[in-house]
Write a protein that binds this ligand. Structure first.
Ligand code: ADP
Ligand code: MG
Length: 483
């Protein structure tokens, strides 16, 4: 399905390529032993290397390299056995070294691809150009002191993966789907937590527009967008701006821009810098990075099942629909929960209960699968009580609500509140007699042909039994009594 924006001169196509900075999950930094924990006291996790002290030497962190390789494998990408670090020189107050150690010409990971699914169900493959390792800078804080800016170097030297896509996306929706899919893969791999609000994943958004069938036109790069919604808004705003420029007969200048979410517009930050502006050169303090194929294979063998494979398996093994499986694989913990409950039970029923009342209960109480007061075993036990006819479906919903609120076990709730299903035909008959006696007019109407009223009688009898009647027995007994 195509997505076009319409200007004075007709439809325009959007072209988007994303550069995602993903913070590597690792206890220590890319080139030093300092800790990486989020939210620590400012400047409490800074080694001499991170502070750019003269004469300090970087030492490459093996775990960060392993994380980059795992990510490359998860993105179906080429792992380069030889890569190299380069110095990217620039001055900034939060960059004490005066350069960033990055990878330029020879990144650790080459081309790959990920599949995204659009709302229409259409699958599109988005190319990955490369992934390279680099160190993050510190953070300037301009809101802590009336007339000074302060610098926190805790982030200085933390490992980042820069994941560059091909200019393969054609709409805000595709960019959103790409970011969600990428984040999901990184989380499954355990290589980045993907928390955009903590800054551990941020995107530079490259946007251009063109007429159908044309070659690419000049792009602008919107820097450091920190939520998926803002990325989508920034693309739309920037594309509309460029369309106006082209349609006014002017030329879009390649530049770096910022997105202002409050105004919903991008504005110019600086003219585009090129590689030569950074005076890249091979980092003299580090040897080329040479990987061993056997080590890569060992990492590959330990990869978890990734979202696409898991989804296909849930459909195949449990008969789930594409929609159900897509929801369960969004978080590994949700899929695990489902599979635990589904063991030895009716998987379709498990899916219905999870997607319906269980998720509704978690939503209502602001809980997630991880913080759920109801364990997979508890939910399974509840379904078992229904299967063995201890309770009926309507009561099960009530029990589940109590479970979500209190964390009590289902059997205990059923016993303590007397919710067992009534299968005693004497009790059912008594309730029926009572309802018939109270509704002689309705009975007359029913018997003179208003068959719809049968449902009314079932409802009244269940109500008289506080919802605990066995529905099949109530139906049968009622049929026998009133025909
Ligand atoms: P740089 O390092 O200067 O930012 P790259 O060649 O690494 O340049 O490309 C950066 C990003 O720009 C990539 O994600 C790429 O897909 C995207 N891109 C390249 N050309 C275009 C274009 N014409 N329109 C939109 N995005 C583009
Ligand atoms: Mg760039």
């Amino acid at each position: 399905m195509s997505y076009f924006l319409t200007g004075k001169t007709g439809p325009w196509e959007i072209v988007v390529g994303l550069e995602v900075h993903a913070q590597v999950i690792s206890r220590s930094k890319l080139f030093s032993g300092a800790a990486t924990e989020f939210g620590a006291e400012p400047n409490s996790q800074v080694s001499f290397v991170d502070a750019g002290f003269p004469g300090m030497l970087p030492v490459l962190n093996r775990e960060c390299v392993a994380q980059a390789v795992r990510t490359g494998l998860g993105l179906n990408a080429k792992i380069n056995l030889v890569s190299r670090f380069d110095r990217k020189n620039y001055f900034y107050a939060d960059l004490p070294q005066g350069y960033q150690i990055s990878q330029f010409e020879h990144p650790i990971i080459g081309t790959g691809a990920i599949d995204i699914e659009l709302d229409s169900g259409e699958i599109r493959t988005i190319g990955i150009t490369r992934l390279h390792l680099e160190q993050d800078a510190g953070k300037s804080m301009h809101d802590q002191h009336p007339d000074k800016s302060l610098i926190d170097l805790n982030r200085s030297g933390v490992a980042l993966m820069e994941i560059v896509s091909e200019p393969d996306m054609r709409s805000p929706e595709e960019a959103g789907a790409y970011l969600r899919k990428l984040r999901m893969i990184l989380r499954y791999l355990g290589t980045c937590d993907g928390n955009m609000d903590e800054g551990s994943m941020r995107a530079d958004v490259n946007v251009s527009v063109r007429k159908a069938g044309e070659a690419f036109r000049t792009r602008c790069e919107v820097k450091n967008v920190n939520s998926i919604r803002f990325v989508m808004q920034a693309i739309e705003a920037e594309a509309l701006r460029q369309i106006d420029v082209w349609e006014a007969g002017a030329i879009v200048q390649q530049e770096t821009r910022l997105f202002d979410p409050a105004r919903g517009e991008t504005r110019s930050m600086r003219s585009k810098e090129d590689a030569h502006d950074y005076r890249y050169f091979p980092e003299p303090d580090l040897l080329p990075l040479v990987l061993d194929q056997a080590w890569i294979e060992a990492l590959r063998a330990e990869l978890p099942e990734l979202p696409d494979a898991k989804r296909a398996r849930l459909i195949r093994d449990y008969g789930l629909t594409p929609y159900e499986s897509a929801i369960f694989v969004q978080e590994q913990a949700t899929a695990d929960f489902f599979e635990t409950v589904a063991q030895g039970r009716d998987a379709k029923q498990v899916a219905n209960w999870m997607l319906g009342d269980f998720f509704a209960g978690l939503n209502r109480t602001g809980k997630t699968i991880e913080t759920s007061p109801v364990s997979a075993d508890d939910l399974g036990a509840l379904l078992d009580l229904m299967t063995d006819a201890t309770i009926n479906g309507k009561i099960a919903k009530e029990v589940l609500e109590i479970m979500v609120d209190t964390g009590e076990k289902p059997a205990a709730i059923v016993e303590s509140r007397g919710l067992r299903q009534v299968t005693d035909t004497g009790a059912i008959d008594a309730a029926i007699d009572q309802v018939i006696a109270a509704n002689p007019d309705k009975l007359g109407e029913y018997q003179s042909g208003k068959e719809k009223l049968f449902g009314f009688f079932v409802g009244q009898v269940m109500k008289a039994m506080q919802g605990k009647g066995n529905p099949a027995l109530v139906n049968a007994a009622l049929k026998a009594k009133i025909g």
